[in-house]
Design a protein around this ligand. Structure first.
Ligand code: ZN
Length: 294
């Protein structure tokens, strides 16, 4: 079969209707915001899944004209009213609004390599919590598969001698150093779950990278929950997940469920992280990396 047979049309359309000022109501609470992002991502992933079996696919994202300053009845610039703040990686393959089917003024997005919690990131989140509290319901930390920042941390962990080369590069170390604890924890878990032979498995490095990526996102979400005392005030919740470049879905493993598709609530405590670590090593993704299909 020739390759052209697979090349179909995909339209992702941002559409505003001049007379429609209630195109997309804002989520009323954190659960609704969570469902909307999960649903948006699942629609986005499904849209592209259908590329191969339909003649053309189309997704229309309704845009409130007021968010583009197009409502002639309202003077001045649009008011900022995002329903979720998303901390994601700078990686160009993970455009945040696109993968959640969202448009202008829906998401307060912060992107830094490795989606770590530097001071500017925390300051930006504090601004969002303090000033956008009327509409903001959710804080999301979104890692992604194959993240270069976590890959670099794993490689330094596996070959500590490589650290000498970056010893004086404080800008790089600022990103990498904070990831080393999750790499260490992930390595310990792979070792205890699969035994000492796991380090000789051809898929070990990749499994360690992917375990570290999900744990890194969960730790950042937990830290945000603690830093801003979101645990007591349920009106804003912290969640996390990993965008899979392979399937375009957001993944967060849960014990006892096979797929683990969708954002998960930030772990509350050590027991929460232990549960996550078990879910990671029992997940099909990590198993498939350690036992690659030949
Ligand atoms: Zn990345």
């Amino acid at each position: 079969m020739v390759m052209e047979a697979y090349l179909k049309t995909v339209d992702i359309i941002y559409r505003y209707e001049a007379r429609d000022t209630s195109a997309r109501p804002l989520p009323m609470d954190s659960d609704a915001a969570w469902r909307r992002l999960n649903g948006g991502n699942s629609d986005f992933a499904a849209l592209l899944d259908h590329v191969k079996d339909e003649s053309g696919v189309q997704q229309i994202i309704p845009v409130d004209p007021r968010d583009l300053g197009l409502d002639s009845n309202v003077a001045g610039i649009p008011k900022q009213r995002p329903f979720a703040a998303v901390l994601g990686c700078s990686d160009a393959r993970v455009p945040i609004e696109l993968i959640f089917n969202e448009g202008p003024n829906d998401l307060f997005v912060i992107r830094v390599a490795g989606n770590g919690l530097g001071m500017e990131v925390l300051g930006s989140l504090k601004y969002a919590i303090d000033h956008l509290g009327g509409t903001l319901k959710l804080i999301v930390v979104l890692g992604h598969s194959g993240c270069g920042a976590l890959t670099a941390a794993v490689d330094v962990f596996l070959n500590p001698g490589d650290y000498v080369a970056i010893a004086a590069m404080h800008s790089i170390r600022n990103i990498l150093d904070r990831s080393l604890i999750v790499v260490q924890a992930s390595a310990n878990k792979l070792l205890s779950a699969f035994g000492p032979g796991v380090t000789r498995n051809p898929g070990y490095r990749q499994a360690l990278i992917e375990s570290s990526i999900i744990t890194n996102a969960a730790l950042a979400a937990h830290s945000i929950r603690q830093e801003f005392e979101l645990g007591e005030r349920r009106e804003i919740r912290a969640v996390y997940g990993v965008y899979l470049l392979e399937t375009r879905e957001v993944w967060a493993p849960h014990l006892g469920t096979a797929g683990g598709i969708g954002l998960a609530s930030a772990p509350h405590d050590v027991a929460g992280f232990a549960g996550l670590a078990n879910a990671v090593v029992q997940s099909g993704r990590i198993a498939s990396l350690l036992n690659p299909v030949r």
